[in-house]
Design a protein around this ligand. Structure first.
Ligand code: UDP
Length: 194
């Protein structure tokens, strides 16, 4: 779908609406896991010294431009107009569109925030809360958290554990968690909780 390479990373020049359509298709064919990265300039910088992070971004099924930094870079370096499809808009848009048909797992942020975000999202969009977990656990706990996500059978996993950690987690555990749509969403749970 017109994927381009920007500074060694993939970028899909899709509008928010087109991205939501695509994620809707993935939700309609469960049992196949998909990962989504919303690209920021800091991801590109961090990827330079983190091969695992770069590899996780390269394996993502969808890579959107999170903000104006990537829009600007694509214009300057590729002469391409790339629309923005930020993590918040993707998350809110999916929950708005699919409502009660969507089981969502909220993973990340400080203890209590994921639960508050889940409550707010359930009230606002009518989504079903599949589960919640904070984002401050050791790598040695990854397998336990991945199995917790798997056992709760979500349609959508919002992973908010900071750049790199969230993308690597989604990609590494994608086969275990087997969630149709997994998005690394940075500060989105903090926003949703408020
Ligand atoms: N976060 C987390 N675990 C961590 C680091 C961060 O759950 O080990 C959460 C943090 O509480 C916030 C979100 O990840 O909700 C984004 O954090 P931050 O903005 O610091 O990360 P960045 O995306 O800037 O790297």
């Amino acid at each position: 779908s017109g994927r381009v390479q920007l500074l060694g990373l993939p970028l899909d020049p899709v509008s928010l609406e087109a991205a939501l359509d695509l994620l809707g298709d993935w939700l309609a064919q469960p049992r196949a896991p998909h990962t989504v990265v919303t690209l920021n300039p800091e991801f590109i910088m961090q990827g330079r010294s983190d091969e695992t992070f770069t590899s996780a971004m390269q394996r993502a099924d969808l890579v959107t431009a999170d903000g104006v930094g990537i829009v600007w870079a694509a214009r300057q370096l590729l002469g391409l107009e790339v629309p923005r499809a930020p993590g918040f808009d993707l998350s809110a848009g999916l929950m708005q569109r699919h409502g009660a048909n969507l089981r969502v797992f909220f993973l990340g942020a400080r203890p209590g925030v994921a639960e508050a975000a889940a409550q707010q999202a359930a009230a606002r969009y009518g989504i079903v809360v599949a589960g919640t977990h904070h984002g401050y656990f050791d790598i040695s706990e990854d397998v336990r958290v991945a199995e917790l996500v798997r056992d709760s059978r979500p349609d959508l996993l919002l992973t908010a554990m900071g750049a790199a950690r969230q993308e690597i987690f989604n990609e590494y555990w994608r086969g275990v968690m087997n969630v149709p749509v997994m998005i690394g969403v940075g500060g989105v749970l903090d926003v949703l909780s408020g």
